[in-house]
Design a protein around this ligand. Structure first.
Ligand code: NAD
Ligand code: DAU
Length: 353
């Protein structure tokens, strides 16, 4: 039995599905179901006894204590977070509450549970904290990629809240001996991603014939990681990672935002031609930049490759094609997430740009 937090969100849901397909052991999934959490992501597990869904907050310590006592997990995989940089700029409070205070609450209850285990169970237990490359700040065009020893320099409220959580996780190992592992990964993409993030936003705006809003000059660089590769990296870290260590997980696919948007448009031109729009790229619209916009992220994934034998399997062009195909094949999912709350966010974020 493992306990997953935030398993109804984009990466968490992909991970729960991947875990049940590869490991086949039960998962308790604790998720608050914020705007980003969607039970439909796990509809295929509805009648599967190996998936136990619990709606709740990681800050609800009594609930977390109960779940640990009842299910006796041998590992916790912690995804639950507020995850969108633009929302953290508009309202940082929730980010501190969930990412910092929530991680603290979870660590405290985990420490209490873990302290009561027998020696063998204690040694085998893992708390895997899923974090981000944004804690390292921003790279110049010619800087070497982020490694596990790069100094922390978070720039957005989101990145600062994740950095705070990483420090707490580290301290619980150093001070109490809790067997923690932290993974810091680059930008994920793939099925089930909420359309506030670059790739699904561009796919859905293009299909609706709406402008494709590129921040600044579109030359910022991200290192794209297919979500299935990320899930495999987390499984490798859980199985073979060393407690107290951190592992960077990256896709080895650096692209400018404009390259990404043009690639999405080219796939849509082929798969969903529109007689009214000769090329979807004609919808590209440059808009006001994100405040404090990090210039470049890139991950050096050498440590996880050397020590755990993991490397990404998906190439960006094939992963992006699969992703576009998934959105085209799931119009009901798309309709269900583009609700009133989503439209409110789109108005709040894009009206003033
Ligand atoms: P997401 O926003 O899609 O999902 C987050 C999930 O957490 C949602 O299901 C939400 O309901 C749940 N949640 C939020 N607050 C909660 C709370 N207080 N208690 C319980 N559940 C709560 O996020 P994602 O993109 O799937 O990211 C998952 C994790 O991976 C996050 O920790 C994020 O920081 C990290 N990460 C994401 C990326 C990326 O590209 N998406 C890259 C690096 C790291
Ligand atoms: O690097 C890992 C991080 O990647 C994760 O920790 C975050 O949870 C995840 O949201 C992501 O952060 P980014 O800010 O890089 O992702 P986002 O999809 O919001 O933006 C990607 C790039 O695209 C970024 O340079 C901003 C730009 N962008 C984004 C949006 C939403 C645009 O140009 N236009 C847009 O409308």
């Amino acid at each position: 039995m493992i306990l997953v937090t935030g398993g109804a969100g984009f990466i968490g849901a992909n991970f729960v599905l991947d875990w049940i397909a590869h490991e086949g052991t039960p998962v308790v999934n604790l998720d608050k179901l914020t705007y980003a959490g969607n039970p439909a992501n796990l509809a295929s597990l509805q009648n599967d006894a190996r998936h136990i869904f619990v709606k709740g907050d990681i800050n609800d310590r009594a609930l977390v204590a109960d779940l640990l006592k009842k299910h006796q997990p041998h590992a916790i995989v912690h995804f639950a977070a507020e995850s969108h940089v633009d929302r953290s700029i508009n309202g940082p409070g929730e980010f501190v509450q969930t990412n910092v205070v929530g991680t603290f609450s979870l660590l405290e209850e985990t420490r209490a549970y873990w302290s009561g285990l027998g020696d063998a169970e204690k040694a085998g237990f893992r708390f895997l904290h899923v974090s981000t490359d944004e804690v390292y700040g921003s790279l110049g065009s010619n800087d070497p990629a982020f490694s596990e020893t790069t100094a922390y320099a978070p720039n957005s409220p989101y990145a600062a809240s994740k950095a705070g959580s990483d420090h707490l996780v580290r301290a619980y190992h150093h001070t109490y001996g809790l067997p923690v592992i932290t993974t810091n990964c680059s930008n994920n993409y793939g099925p089930l991603q909420f359309p506030e993030k670059l790739i699904p936003l561009m796919i859905l705006n293009a299909l609706a014939g709406k402008p494709l809003p590129v921040y600044g000059d579109g030359r910022n660089v991200r290192d794209w990681l297919y979500v299935g590769d990320h899930c495999a990296g987390i499984r490798a870290a859980l199985a073979r990672g060393k407690p107290g260590e951190t592992y960077n997980i990256g896709g080895n696919s650096e692209k400018t935002n404009l390259e990404v948007v043009h690639a999405v448009c080219a796939i849509l031109d082929e798969l969903r031609p529109n007689s009214l729009i000769t090329h979807y790229s004609s919808l590209i619209t440059y808009v006001k930049d994100r405040p404090g916009h990090d210039w470049r992220y890139a991950i050096d994934a050498g440590k996880i490759r050397r020590e755990l034998g993991w490397e990404p399997q998906e190439r960006f062009d094939s992963g992006l094609r699969k992703t576009v195909e998934w959105y085209l094949a799931h119009p009901e999912w798309v309709d269900s997430v583009q609700t009133g709350e989503y439209r409110k966010w789109v108005d709040a974020n894009y009206a003033k740009r």
